[in-house]
Design a protein around this ligand. Sequence first.
Ligand SMILES: [Zn+2]
Ligand SMILES: [Zn+2]
Length: 227
Amino acid sequence: MRKGRAAEVYDKQIGKLPHWYKPWLHGAVTPCIAIICIAIALIYVDWPIGERLAFWVCSFVFLNLVEYCFHKFVMHRPPGAGALSGLHRRIYNRHRKMHHVVFTNVYIVDDPREASLILLPGLLAPVVIVGLILFSGLIWLIGDMSASLLMISSTTSYFAFYEMCHLVYHLSPTNGVASYWPINKLALFHRSHHVPRWMEKHNFNITVPLWDLILGTLKRPSKDDLT
Ligand SMILES: [Zn+2]
Ligand SMILES: [Zn+2]
């Protein structure tokens, strides 16, 4: 059972969910968008298969760095003043003051509605869509339509990958898909990021800890650290 501040924040967040909230629908949004974008790319992109795969691999490595930087420098850094400080504050509060308070290393999901505390909130959707349109438009201008469509499809796929990984990493390690290798091993890195004394220092990648490894912030937990 959660106690104190964690119980307070949990009750407030779960209590304000509308009666029509469906965890599976929330979880299905980004995978559905990614599937549509992949289908469009498959139809219109005319690059050879080798170049498409190379683009996707490079894109995923780059997006893994974006994930690292956004988590470390936006979600864990208190907002200052400035034009985007309001948006930054909402993102910071949701992650640092809600997600990390409700889920410490010892708390895992035991109610499907807790997906609402893990999946990206609706307020980020317009920011992501506008950013994606601007970025892919720029690629279209300086490159071509195929590069732009590949960028959109790889970015939306990465988002879906991120959402699913984060959700599964918060499930019980003995529960279904979360119990299989390598998911059970990768989940340990994210659960150790939720250890309060480590969250500002280690494991800022959520999906795969590539840039934590490169930049020296990787923490390999022992079982004792997470109990
Ligand atoms: Zn988490
Ligand atoms: Zn965090």
